[in-house]
Design a protein around this ligand. Structure first.
Ligand SMILES: NC(=O)c1ccc[n+]([C@@H]2O[C@H](COP(=O)([O-])OP(=O)(O)OC[C@H]3O[C@@H](n4cnc5c(N)ncnc54)[C@H](O)[C@@H]3O)[C@@H](O)[C@H]2O)c1
Length: 340
C-alpha cells in the first residue's frame, strides 16, 4: 500500500520533497499546492500527472491525500499543520516545526488526540554522517562525551522574517539532540545566546550555548556574514575526538586518537598536575551515501503505515522549538541563561 502525499509549498525546498516522495517505494505524490502561479506552472510542467492547486485548504480536504507535507515558510506551519491534523491527515512539517513553543506543543497534542503522525523534516539526522556519529557515541568509542561544537557559517541568504538562529541553528540543534540527548539519554538544561544584527532588525550572527549536566556543553556558531562556507562539528570524548566537515567531498568524518589524561599529583596544589597527551592515528569511517531526504521519506512512510518510531517525531520537534525560543529569549536578555 502506498501512502498518498500532498505537498504544500513548491518553492526552494518543496521540489526536493516532491522528488523524493514521488520516487519513494511506499509513497506517491497525488497533489501539490502553491499560492504562487509561477511555482504551480513549474510543478505542473515537471509532474503533468499530479494535481496542482492554488489553495492549501483544497489539498488538505482532498480525500485522495493521506498525508500532508508542509514546505512553506515557518510562519505558516502552525495553521497548515493544524488544519491537516484536524482533517485526519498525517503531517510532515519542514524545520523548524513552528515559531513558538506553545504552537509546537499544541500540534503534538493534536496529533496524539487524532492518532496521526506528526514528524518534522530534520534532514540532517537522516544523513549517513550523522548516523555514523550517533553509532560512535552510542557504542562508547569516543568515551564520555565532553562537548559538542558546531560551526555553520557562510555568506548566507538573509531571511526577512527571522534571524540566523531560526534559519540555521535548527540543523545543529537537531544533530546535537540526536547524537547527544537521544543517544545518551540526557536532556539540555539551559540555553544562552548572544548575537549581532549588523544590517537591520534580525541577528545575522549568533553564538548559542546549550548546557547539560555533568560539564557536558554544546556550542553553535551560526552566521550569514562569513567569507568562507564552514560546516564543521567537533565532538570531543574522553577516549577519542571526532571532526565532521560537511563541506568535504572526501572523508568528511574523521576520528582522532587524541585525548588528555590529567592526574592530580597533589590535591592541595592546582599546579601539581600530571597531564598526559595522547595524539595518535586519524581514521575516517565509511558512510552510508544514501540521500538523506530519501531516508527521511521512508521513515515517514514507516511511521504512518507501520506505526514505526522516528528520530524527528513531534516530541523532538517541540524540544527543538523550545531551545530556539529559549535562545531568542536569551538574545533579548544579553545572553542570560534561560532554563529549559
Ligand atoms: N530541511 C532543510 O534542509 C531545509 C532547507 C531549506 C528550507 N527548509 C524549510 O522549508 C520551508 C520552506 O522554505 P523554502 O526556502 O522552500 O521557502 P520558499 O519561500 O522558497 O517556498 C515556499 C513556497 O510556499 C508557497 N506558499 C507559502 N504559503 C503558502 C500557502 N499558505 N499555501 C500554498 N503555498 C504557499 C510559496 O508560494 C512558495 O512557493 C521552511 O520551513 C524552511 O525552513 C528546510
Amino acid at each position: 500500500m502506498s501512502l498518498r502525499i500532498g505537498v504544500i509549498g513548491y518553492g526552494y525546498w518543496g521540489p526536493n520533497l516532491v522528488r523524493n516522495f514521488a520516487t519513494g517505494a511506499r509513497t506517491k505524490v497525488v497533489a501539490i499546492a502553491d499560492a504562487n502561479p509561477s511555482r504551480r506552472q513549474l510543478a505542473q510542467a515537471h509532474y503533468p500527472h499530479i494535481k496542482v492547486v492554488e489553495d492549501a485548504a483544497a489539498l488538505i480536504a482532498d480525500p485522495d491525500v493521506d498525508a500532508v507535507v508542509v514546505a512553506t515558510p515557518i510562519f505558516t506551519h502552525y495553521d497548515l499543520a493544524k488544519a491537516a491534523l484536524q482533517a485526519g491527515k498525517h503531517v510532515l512539517v519542514e524545520k523548524p516545526l513552528t515559531p513558538s513553543a506553545a504552537q509546537a506543543e499544541e500540534l503534538a497534542l493534536l496529533a496524539e488526540q487524532h492518532k496521526r503522525v506528526l514528524m518534522v523534516d530534520h534532514t540532517f539526522v537522516y544523513t549517513g554522517a550523522v548516523k555514523k556519529i550517533r553509532d560512535l557515541v552510542s557504542s562508547g568509542e569516543l568515551g564520555r562525551v565532553l562537548y559538542f561544537d558546531s560551526v555553520r557559517i557562510n555568506l548566507g541568504l538573509f531571511q526577512p522574517d527571522f534571524n540566523v538562529i531560526w534559519d540555521l541553528a535548527p540543523h545543529d540543534l537537531t544533530i546535537m539532540d540526536y547524537v547527544v540527548s537521544q543517544t545518551l539519554g540526557v536532556q539540555a538544561k539551559w540555553v544562552s545566546a548572544i548575537g549581532a544584527s549588523h544590517y537591520g532588525r534580525h541577528e545575522n550572527l549568533a553564538y548559542v550555548t546549550v548546557g547539560f549536566e555533568d560539564q557536558l556543553i554544546a556550542h553553535v556558531h551560526v552566521n550569514w556574514v562569513a567569507p568562507v562556507k564552514t560546516r564543521r562539528t567537533i565532538i570531543a570524548g574522553s577516549k577519542r575526538m571526532l571532526v565532521w566537515d560537511d563541506t568535504s567531498p572526501v572523508e568528511p568524518v574523521k576520528i582522532y586518537e587524541s585525548s588528555v589524561d590529567v592526574q592530580h599529583i597533589d590535591k592541595e596544589s592546582a599546579y601539581a598536575l600530571n597531564v598526559q597527551y595522547r595524539s595518535g592515528d586519524i581514521h575516517s569511517p565509511k558512510l552510508d551515501g544514501k540521500e538523506a531526504l530519501s531516508v527521511m521519506v521512508q521513515t515517514f512512510a514507516a511511521a504512518c503505515l507501520d506505526g514505526a518510531a522516528s528520530p524527528s517525531d513531534g516530541a523532538v520537534g517541540v524540544r527543538i522549538v523550545k531551545m530556539l525560543a529559549a535562545a531568542q529569549q536569551s538574545l533579548e536578555q544579553q545572553g542570560a541563561r534561560v532554563k529549559l
